[in-house]
Design a protein around this ligand. Structure first.
Ligand SMILES: Cc1cc2nc3c(=O)[nH]c(=O)nc-3n(C[C@H](O)[C@H](O)[C@H](O)COP(=O)(O)OP(=O)(O)OC[C@H]3O[C@@H](n4cnc5c(N)ncnc54)[C@H](O)[C@@H]3O)c2cc1C
Ligand SMILES: NC(=O)c1ccc[n+]([C@@H]2O[C@H](COP(=O)([O-])OP(=O)(O)OC[C@H]3O[C@@H](n4cnc5c(N)ncnc54)[C@H](O)[C@@H]3O)[C@@H](O)[C@H]2O)c1
Length: 489
């Protein structure tokens, strides 16, 4: 759906536009040079804005060096070996153990040995200035970087997020690993206790179990608690099959690191577990410390509209992890594409297409956020879970199918174990959520994203014929099941 003129607002509505560009150092200063900041800058620059990025660490951000890239590099070899072991003929060809050193070396390549030269070159080629240092807001359109002062007509915060570490007696003193330490580890600990059964905890459990570590996962609730319950169950079963000790519903009363360097973790049951290392992966929060928000009377929660403009501060934008809407690189980059172009449009007084699904808004944040957990089985989901849809008061029905019964999946791996589920808004006759769990289902989720964003009626979806014999045939089986279940009502 495209926006019409009546769906637009113009920069003349904002004081941003009234600032004279010649009186400021830049049109836009972006604080934070992660994937999101880079995209805000790039999209604004392509629309003619003069842009600088302020970065205190490495250009490329958390995702490039301590999150998405290294974690996926660490997972890939173990997943490939397990996949081969599920196939006669391939299984017999695996005669040795995983080579941890080679996996770590490949990870090092993917993080460019924690050097950002390549990204810096890209910024220069894109015509974006780089200001190294820590950025603080000192006024409307005013940024101080380690004592140097800059001005801009607009400022975008893209400072990402930081780990949340729970208050547990002895935990901080025990110097546990966070996701930064585990994704940049130069060795594989003999044994590892992971606190947190969320996305990062689960992925690192698979990665380091495959690399030879003896793993215990401590989770206060079910694994992957934000997804459909069967996702966490299938993943917990698979971890157990890998020899991982998964403990659900536990909490910690104390953590100590002994003189031998090992960690001792005391549970509320009174049991004490020992390991050579501990990872804390208990969630993240927006990185706003030191930005100077309070001094300027800006709500530190950074509430934004769908162009990512901060409520009550028309010169300020907050994009990506820092606005807390969705802590995922692809979704943050989507916000960045909208925000970068919206900022540039406002600055030059051009129309801003800010109606739902317009060019300058991140409408999909509300309806169709895809997420993939690179465990084995993978979990790939988009939109609402059944629980979320019911909480939203939608007239909901669901349909599920055993992925192992799909010919393409059975061919893909012997004993294929997986499940798929659709969540349907009956009033509109469209899909509002989908979840796939199984080996190599990550690539299936985009089909569901397209169906949700396009609001494709289920009757029309019936005509989207999946190829035989692919795993996509699960769509046909789901729709057949849905039809027969509805007919039986
Ligand atoms: C272990 C792990 C694995 C992940 N895997 C995936 C994945 O597979 N797929 C996925 O989509 N998402 C993944 N994520 C989430 C993803 O990393 C984030 O959503 C993404 O990095 C957010 O991008 P960003 O640009 O908003 O923030 P960041 O990548 O955090 O970048 C923010 C940048 O701002 C800089 N900065 C902060 N404050 C200042 C300041 N005041 N002045 C100057 N610079 C500043 C920082 O140094 C940093 O470079 C993962 C996260 C973790 C922890
Ligand atoms: N594949 C991916 O896309 C990917 C991979 C890793 C991380 N991420 C992103 O990074 C973010 C952070 O990952 P994460 O796994 O740290 O967060 P998360 O929110 O996914 O999981 C945190 C887990 O820690 C638990 N927890 C929180 N406080 C606790 C406490 N005091 N004691 C015990 N358990 C506690 C929660 O119940 C939850 O299970 C995620 O939200 C996700 O968006 C994405």
């Amino acid at each position: 759906m495209s926006s019409t003129a009546s769906n637009t607002s113009t920069a003349s509505n904002t004081s941003t536009a009234s600032a004279a560009s010649t009186t400021t150092d830049y049109d836009l200063i972006v604080i934070g040079g992660g994937p999101v900041g880079e995209n805000v800058a790039d999209y604004a620059t392509k629309q003619g804005a003069r842009v600088a990025i302020v970065e205190s660490e490495l250009v490329g951000g958390e995702c490039s060096y301590w999150a998405c890239m290294p974690s996926k590099a660490l997972l890939r070899s173990g997943n490939a070996i397990r996949a081969a072991k599920r196939l006669p003929g391939a299984r017999e060809a695996i005669t040795g153990d995983i080579e941890a050193g080679a996996v770590l070396a490949r990870r090092d390549e993917f993080v460019s040995d924690w050097r950002d030269d390549g990204q810096v070159e890209w910024l220069a080629a894109a015509g974006i200035d780089l200001i190294r240092g820590f950025g603080t807001l000192t006024g409307a359109g005013r940024v101080s970087v380690d004592g140097r002062n800059y001005s801009a007509r607009a400022v975008a915060l893209a400072t990402g997020s930081v780990a949340v570490v729970p208050q547990i007696p002895g935990l901080a003193e025990a110097r546990p690993w966070g996701t930064r330490e585990i994704t940049s580890a130069d060795h594989v600990p003999q044994s590892l206790i992971i606190l947190g059964g969320g996305v990062a905890g689960v992925e690192m459990a698979f990665a380091f179990a495959a690399l030879g570590s003896r793993i215990t996962v401590l989770s206060r609730g079910s694994l992957l608690g934000r997804e459909e319950p069967f996702a966490g169950e299938l993943v917990a079963n698979a971890l157990a099959a890998e020899g991982v000790d998964v403990r659900i519903g536990v909490s910690l009363t104390r953590v100590d690191r002994g003189g031998d360097g090992n960690v001792a973790v005391t549970l509320d049951s009174g049991d004490t577990l020992h390991a050579s290392e501990m990872l804390v992966a208990t969630g993240r929060k927006p990185a706003i410390l030191g930005l100077g928000l309070e001094g300027l009377g800006i709500d530190p929660k950074l509430p934004v509209d769908d162009t990512m403009r901060v409520d009550g501060a028309d010169w300020l934008y907050a994009v990506g992890d820092v606005n807390g809407r969705s802590l995922l690189t692809h979704q943050g980059k989507y916000q960045a594409r909208a925000a970068g172009e919206a900022i540039a449009a406002r600055l030059r007084g051009a129309p801003v297409h800010d109606a739902a699904w317009g060019r300058h808004v991140a409408t999909a944040d509300h309806a169709a956020v895809p997420r993939v957990i690179f465990s084995d089985p993978e979990v790939a989901a988009v939109g609402l879970t059944e629980r979320q849809a019911r909480e939203a008061d939608a007239e909901v029905s669901t349909v599920e199918y055993d992925l192992g019964k799909v010919a393409g999946a059975a061919l893909h791996a012997d004993g294929y174990a997986g499940r798929a589920k659709l969540v349907i808004d009956e009033a509109r006759g469209v899909l509002v959520g989908a979840t796939f769990v199984g080996q190599d289902v990550a690539e299936l989720v985009h089909s569901a994203t397209v169906a949700i964003v396009g609001e494709v009626p289920l009757d029309r979806l019936w005509h989207a014929v999946p190829s035989y014999p692919t795993m996509s045939e699960v769509w046909l089986r789901l729709l057949e099941t849905y039809r027969s279940e509805r007919a039986a009502l």
